[in-house]
Design a protein around this ligand. Structure first.
Ligand code: ZN
Length: 133
């Protein structure tokens, strides 16, 4: 794994949260994107070499809606950048981690992503992310 690529934060109100993080970080999101497959609106703020991703559910079946219902707003996942997502997925499977998807999916921000079940990572939802070149 190369670095923490971003930290994902689940929010209830996208525009309010974007305004607050603008104030907190002193910079506007460099990108906002709707991800149909996940039912979320996302925005990305650069913080040095890493990013903050805000996630708002766009429908009640979205994983973000369910997360907020259960645990409230807050840190939702940590994303690690990897060089070769297929190889990392294979390695983690060998190590006994439970992956939430068998194949990499298209995520926000031009990335291939795969999630590791929080139960196999001490309660933390881990995202592997590889840039699509
Ligand atoms: Zn993410």
């Amino acid at each position: 794994m190369k670095k923490v690529e971003h930290i994902g934060i689940a929010v209830k109100n996208f525009s309010e949260a974007n305004g607050l993080y603008y104030k907190l970080l002193g910079a506007e999101p460099y990108k906002t994107e709707y991800v149909d497959s996940e039912g979320v609106n996302t925005s990305f703020f650069k913080v040095g070499d890493t990013k903050i991703e805000l996630l708002e559910a766009t429908n009640p079946d979205s994983a973000i809606a369910k997360f907020i219902e259960k645990r409230g707003e807050g840190i939702h996942h940590i994303a690690f950048e990897v060089e070769d997502i297929i190889a990392e997925m294979e390695r983690l499977k060998q190590e006994g981690f439970t992956l939430l998807n068998e194949q990499p999916k298209n995520g926000a921000d031009n990335k291939l992503v795969c999630f590791v079940h929080p139960k196999s990572a001490h309660g933390v939802l881990v995202e592997l992310t590889q840039e699509i070149k």
